[in-house]
Design a binder for this molecule. Structure first.
Ligand code: TRP
Length: 333
């Protein structure tokens, strides 16, 4: 059996933080770089961001940032086809074609659309207020992303499982009518990596404003870490590491031995939160300092990043063009 084709997309809607790094970015890079796996495709889903963002400068900035983040953290672009979604126009054409085998009722059931409707209803406005067709048909574009490259496995967070299942259903409907052309993909749901808490102890999230951006400079990173909220235990008191934001964050950035060491210091007492924060800062800073340098270089020379994405788009189109041609000729002759 040939090796499985892996594909995933990342929406450029914000500046990624440490929670995104641990929960999504590193798992995607590790999976894509795995030399024992099949061909991998990773792309920046800029078309998908349009239903929520109309500021093109913001989309361009987030796209560059995400590209530079993946490159600086070690995505191997010889192995992985790394590109920007909108650089492959075939995906838009496939979307229009797939619309015709996609039941409208399926879109009505999409979680993201339903959440927007529920919010409107709860606030007493029209059910579809503020909902554009980009949001409503989001799953068809995502199905086109997936099916265009003959993807087998689609690594996503649990919130995207339904979208991958829709892509599989859409491929099935298409094949029923037009013959076995589209491969049926499967979601690969990332394992929970453990909680990545933010500065206030709640899950790190842009919507809580408690995030630590990945590539803050050292001084800013230190300032943020020192602001982590703790209880008021004195240095000499024993502390429960599993209740501590500092320790939970530390687990994602330190070696096993260092993690065990900090656990002991928490449990036996004698270490104050100030010192624990300094230990945490040192670990995160060490983990990120080489990638940060590379990131800053890439952000200072955007033409390098752009060239890498352009080369990726050329490779992506080498797969997309013939696939679209097969679909189009099956539908239109
Ligand atoms: N919808 C995904 C998200 O919000 C991003 C995405 C777009 C994607 N197209 C994709 C993920 C195709 C996997 C495959 O995270």
């Amino acid at each position: 059996m040939s090796k499985e084709i892996i594909l995933t997309g990342i929406k450029p809607t914000g500046t990624p933080h440490l929670g995104n790094l641990v929960g999504a970015i590193m798992p995607v890079i590790n999976m894509a770089n795995d030399a024992s796996a099949g061909q991998s495709f990773v792309f920046i889903a800029d078309l998908h961001s349009l239903n929520a963002i109309s500021d093109r400068a913001a989309i361009a900035r987030h796209t560059r940032e995400i590209a530079a983040i993946f490159l600086s953290l070690g995505l191997n672009t010889e192995r992985t086809v790394f590109f920007r979604q909108s650089d492959v126009p075939e995906v838009s054409e496939l979307t229009v074609l797939l619309m015709n085998v996609t039941p409208k009722g399926m879109m009505n059931r999409a979680h993201a659309y339903k959440a927007s409707v529920d919010k409107n209803v709860a606030s007493g406005t029209d059910a579809d207020a503020g909902i554009n067709m980009g949001l409503y048909t989001y799953p068809v574009l995502m199905a086109a992303d997936i099916l265009l490259y003959g993807s087998d496995l689609v690594p996503v967070g649990a919130d995207q499982k339904q979208h991958v299942e829709f892509a599989r259903d859409i491929a099935g409907y298409f094949n029923n009518v037009y013959g076995p052309i589209l491969k049926l993909p499967q979601p690969f749901i990332r394992a929970e990596t453990g909680i990545v808490p933010g500065l206030d102890g709640r899950k790190m999230s842009k919507s809580y404003g408690n995030q630590i951006p990945i590539f803050d400079d050292s001084a800013e990173l230190k300032k943020k870490v020192m602001r982590i909220i703790t209880d008021s235990k004195l240095p000499e008191e024993p502390k429960d590491p599993d209740e501590s934001t500092i320790f939970q964050l530390y687990q994602h950035f330190a070696t096993r031995a260092d993690i065990a060491d900090l656990r002991k210091k928490f449990e036996s007492g004698g270490m104050g939160y100030g010192d624990a924060k300094k230990t945490l800062f040192t670990a995160i800073d060490a983990y990120l300092s080489a990638p940060r340098k590379k990131y800053n270089e890439l952000m200072a020379t955007p033409e390098k990043t752009d060239a890498i994405l352009a080369a990726g788009a050329t490779r992506a189109r080498a797969v997309a063009v013939p696939m679209l041609a097969r679909v189009k000729s099956a539908m239109l002759g």
